[in-house]
Design a protein around this ligand. Sequence first.
Ligand code: G1P
Length: 295
Amino acid sequence: MPASDVRTAVIPAAGLGTRFLPATKAVPKELLPVVDTPAIEYVVAEAAAAGLSEVLLITGRGKVAIVDHFDSNPPLEQVLEAKGDKARLAAIRRSNDLLQVHSVRQGEPKGLGHAVLQAKAHVDGHPFAVMLGDDLIDERDPLLRRMLEVQASHGGSVVALMEFPPSQISLYGCASLRGERDGDVVDIADLVEKPAAEEAPSNLGIVGRYVLSADIFEILERTPPGRGGEIQVTDAMAELAVRGEMRGVIFDGRRYDTGDRLGWLKATVLLACEREDLGPELRAWLRELTPRLPA
Ligand code: G1P
C-alpha cells in the first residue's frame, strides 16, 4: 500500500449557520458543543487520527472565535494550573495540540466550491482532504483513513458515499456508477448536486469527506454557479468523474448530521450516553423518561 501524500484537511467554516438561529447570531455554529466539545474539534481530531498534519480553515466574518479555539489560552491555563485542575487543563490544551491550524477568509459566500477554491495557494499542487463540519463521523469508524488508502493506491480523487432512502437523497450530491462495486470502492461515472428523488441516478449520496487532486482548482475556476446559485464542488467533481478520475468509498458506519437541529440533538444524546462520566446517569434517566414521553 503506497503511503498517502495528503497532508492538509481543508475545513470550510464560513457558513452563516442560519439553521441554528438564534444560537448562531453571535457564536459560530462550528463552536456549538456536542456534549462539551465544539463540533469542529471532532472534525479536526478526525483529521489528526487519519494522519494528516495540518488544517486550513476557510472562515469569514464573525468566525475569529474558531481560530482562537485552536490557539493556546495562557490566562485560562494559569487559572486551571493554580487550581490543580489537570483534567480541564488537558481538555483546553487538546485543541491546540491536535494539528497545526491555519485559516484563510472566503470574503464572499459564493458556495462550497468557492470555499474550496480559497485553498489553492495553500495546498500548492498536492492532493488534499476536504472535511465538512456538519458531518460528524464516529471515531470508531475511520472513514477518512480508508479514503486516504484508496487515493494512495488508485490516484485521482475520492469522495465518501452513503446509501440514503429516496426521501432523503435530494439533500445530497448523488453519484452514478461505472461498473460493479469492488468491496467498499466504486468508480463514479457522474455526480449531480441534490437531485429530485425521481431524478436521482442512485441511492448513493455524498457525505462530507473528500480527498481531491489539485486538478479540482482549475475546474472550480471555470465552474458556473449551479444549484442554489452557488459554485458547487459536486459540479467540479462531475468533470473528474467523466474523465474516469473519481472514486467513491461507500461508508456504512456511524455518521451524525450536526448541521441540523434534530441531528445535533441525537448526536449529543448518543455520544453523551457513551461517555464514562455522563453515560450511566443519562442512560438511567432516559430509561425512566421514555415511557412517560408524549406520543
Ligand atoms: C454539501 C454538498 C453535498 C453533500 C453534503 C454532505 O451540501 O454540497 O453535495 O452531499 O454537503 O453533507 P450542504 O449540506 O452543505 O448543503
